[in-house]
Design a protein. Structure first.
Ligand code: 1CP
Length: 339
């Protein structure tokens, strides 16, 4: 059984597998090398050979337990015919959205546009290096996906009023969820054995809209993933009430952000937990990294836990610090079991 599945399915408390959000990306010189030669990010995400190479770059360097397919949550808007560009020092810029067009968009065209993503998952699966390990497929949460589609850029830059139109958001979500399901299904069919839902902007939703914007639509996708006999990890970043989220959405694993107190969370949550450590700890020194990492590992020692960060690896991270982090986690895994 693969490392993540041992924790998720068997509730194994002895092993603490490790993978990192954004492990394949900007902090790696070998990624930057490829990226420099490929200015169009979406095109790069659709190049099967390069996607395979980038996905496996961190596994070639480090003893990680899982790979995450190199892609982006904004590949779904692209698949729906919306233009998506990544502008240096600004972030993603999306084209105008024709709501009627999205509603009438055919499942076939969507699948066809994203076919290279599925092919690259197959290519990654064929590689020896991934044997026995997990390959994580992913989507953005319905809310986060819609935030980018309607806002046309990151909410970091500005937040358009359109997102407060409750009826529009609910209506669009129903439609987008069908495509998110197709994307989940095709990733699993191609060889992904775990799905993660990144709801990076869950923290923007007001209490009164949580059911309609987050809980309801995400629960549908979790159920769908589980119906395909595949576990689903949810990362509702900065959501105020993780306990309520777990009760209502029922994921297989909950991935926590770095504002969460790990000691408190294990008191209330009964499902496997992932992540938590602040990615900026990797910007400090090895001694501090050992201290903070071991603190997380000790707190979760008797809990089914997948080591990860509380958000993605930061671009300015030194790859040697990532290597050291993985060594610390692997060393902890060699401890003798407690009686
Ligand atoms: O070189 C570059 O300019 C590209 C940088 C980059 C990379 C490496 C982007 C642009 N996306 C990715 C890959 C990516 N994105 C992966 C696969 C690699 C891996 O994780 O190892 C994944 C899982 C994502 C997920 C993603 N994309 C999220 C959710 C996670 C999170 O960080 O909160 C979000 C919000 C995005 C949108 C996105 N993609 C890229 C940018 C610059 C952004 C916008 C982020 C923002 O709004 O600030």
């Amino acid at each position: 059984m693969s490392p993540l599945k041992k924790v998720i399915r068997k509730k194994d408390k002895l092993i603490k597998p490790i993978w990192l959000m954004r492990q394949a990306g900007r902090y790696l010189p070998e990624f930057r090398n490829i990226r420099e030669k490929n200015p169009n990010f979406i095109e790069l995400c659709l190049d099967e050979k390069k996607v395979k190479e980038i996905t496996l770059q961190p596994l070639k360097r480090y003893n990680l337990d899982a790979a995450i397919i190199f892609s982006d949550i904004l590949i779904v808007p692209y698949g729906l015919g919306q233009s998506v560009n990544f502008v240096k020092n600004f972030g993603p810029k999306l084209g105008l959205l024709d709501l009627k067009e999205v509603k009438n968009y055919s499942f076939r065209s969507f699948r066809k546009k994203l076919e290279p993503v599925y092919k690259s998952i197959k290519f990654v699966r064929e590689d020896k290096i991934i044997k026995g390990k997990d390959l994580i497929g992913f989507i953005g949460g319905p809310w986060t996906t819609l935030v980018y589609m309607l806002n046309q850029c990151s909410p970091k830059n500005k937040l358009k009023k359109i997102l407060s139109d409750k009826n529009l958001v609910i209506d669009m979500m129903k439609c987008i969820n069908n495509f998110l399901e197709i994307h989940i299904k095709n990733q699993i069919k191609s060889g992904a054995n775990v799905i993660q839902i990144f709801d990076s902007w869950a923290g923007l939703v007001k209490e009164k809209n949580l059911e309609n914007f987050i809980y309801g639509p995400t629960k549908r996708l979790v159920k769908f993933t589980q119906s395909l006999n595949t576990p689903c990890i949810c990362f509702p970043r900065n959501i105020r009430n993780y306990d309520e989220y777990v009760k209502l959405v029922k994921p297989d694993v909950i991935s926590i952000d770095y504002n969460i107190d790990p000691k408190k969370i294990i008191k209330n949550i009964k499902i496997p937990i992932q992540g938590g450590m602040n990615p900026s700890v990797l910007l400090t020194d090895k001694k501090n990294l050992e201290k903070v990492t071991n603190n997380y590992l000790n707190i979760f020692e008797n809990f089914p836990y997948i080591f990860n960060l509380g958000h993605g690896v930061l671009p300015q991270t030194d790859p040697n610090m990532v290597e050291h982090l993985i060594k610390i986690v692997k060393k902890f895994n060699e401890r003798s079991p407690k009686n």
